[in-house]
Design a protein around this ligand. Structure first.
Ligand SMILES: NC(=O)c1ccc[n+]([C@@H]2O[C@H](COP(=O)([O-])OP(=O)(O)OC[C@H]3O[C@@H](n4cnc5c(N)ncnc54)[C@H](OP(=O)(O)O)[C@@H]3O)[C@@H](O)[C@H]2O)c1
Length: 240
């Protein structure tokens, strides 16, 4: 973003926190950023799956197993990113109950859980890391969905949470001109989440393709705003 100086981390490496990096888009993005020379801090609830992902990520990575909705875990993440962050990626997400019910049958307690993961935890992490992000002229990348704006039947719980995350991002961008805030619809990807939604995941592109687009976005540092991965170029060297 023009006019924002980027201060390298103390050890000269930029640091990114990517939530939900044991599989899918988070893992692909963490692997890509690590290859680009970033230090990545990653989390997921399943510690074994996260360890396996970190072995595959290679490069410089710190794994902190836990649930983003847990304040103690978020404090652990702050400690793990000791020198502060240059990039916060709020990627971890839940569909809520599956098969996804219509709104008429959606238990409100389940919707609260969905919002806790998809909206409240990302905002809490933003609040935790914002002072350092401001200082470094860092960036926040919130992963949203086309379900935030489309009226797909049975996607009301998840979709409304992603819509809330989009509007939080929109207002954050206005309030924090010193930090780049991007909220991105990643498009369909062949991941466990799409499969759990009952969609034909096998015919969707791999998450590595979207990860390559997001790496290019981070490198190009466009103005704060909403982006669709489908409209953006990919990092050519990274599409592997
Ligand atoms: N796949 C698609 O087609 C698609 C389309 C539009 C948008 N998106 C968005 O893209 C992002 C990535 O999705 P994906 O398809 O890669 O999902 P995924 O394959 O289900 O991976 C989700 C990751 O988040 C972790 N996670 C979930 N809940 C967590 C929590 N409470 N605390 C910490 N980690 C948690 C999971 O590990 P644990 O379960 O071990 O915690 C896993 O590592 C999400 O924001 C999703 O909403 C996906």
């Amino acid at each position: 973003m023009p006019g924002i100086a980027r201060i390298p981390s103390v050890d000269g490496m930029r640091t990114a926190l990517i939530t939900g990096a044991s599989r899918g888009l988070g893992r692909a993005l963490a692997r890509g950023l690590a290859r680009d020379g970033w230090h990545v801090v990653v989390d997921a609830r399943d510690a074994d799956a996260l360890s396996a992902a970190v072995r595959e990520i290679g490069g410089s990575a710190t794994a902190v197993a836990g649930d983003v909705t847990d304040p103690t875990h978020r404090a652990d993440l702050v400690r793990a990113a000791d020198g502060g962050l240059d990039l916060l990626v709020n990627n971890a997400s839940t569909l809520g109950p599956t098969p996804m019910p219509r709104l008429a049958e959606l238990p409100v307690a389940d919707l609260a859980d969905t919002f806790a993961t998809n909206v409240l935890a990302p905002l809490a992490l933003v609040q935790d890391f914002l002072p350092g992000l401001r200082e470094r002229g860092g960036a926040i990348l919130n992963v949203t969905s086309d379900a935030a704006t489309e009226n797909y039947e049975t996607w009301g719980g998840y979709g409304s949470s992603k819509a809330a995350l989009e509007q939080l991002s929109n207002i954050l961008a206005a309030e924090e001109p010193g930090v780049a805030v991007w909220w991105v619809d990643p498009g369909e990807m062949n991941t466990a989440m799409l499969r759990a939604a009952g969609e034909d995941a096998d015919s969707a592109p791999p998450p590595e393709r979207t990860a390559a687009v997001l790496r290019r976005l981070v490198a190009d540092r466009p103005p704060s705003g909403r982006y669709r991965a489908a409209d953006l170029p990919a990092e050519p060297a990274a599409a592997r």
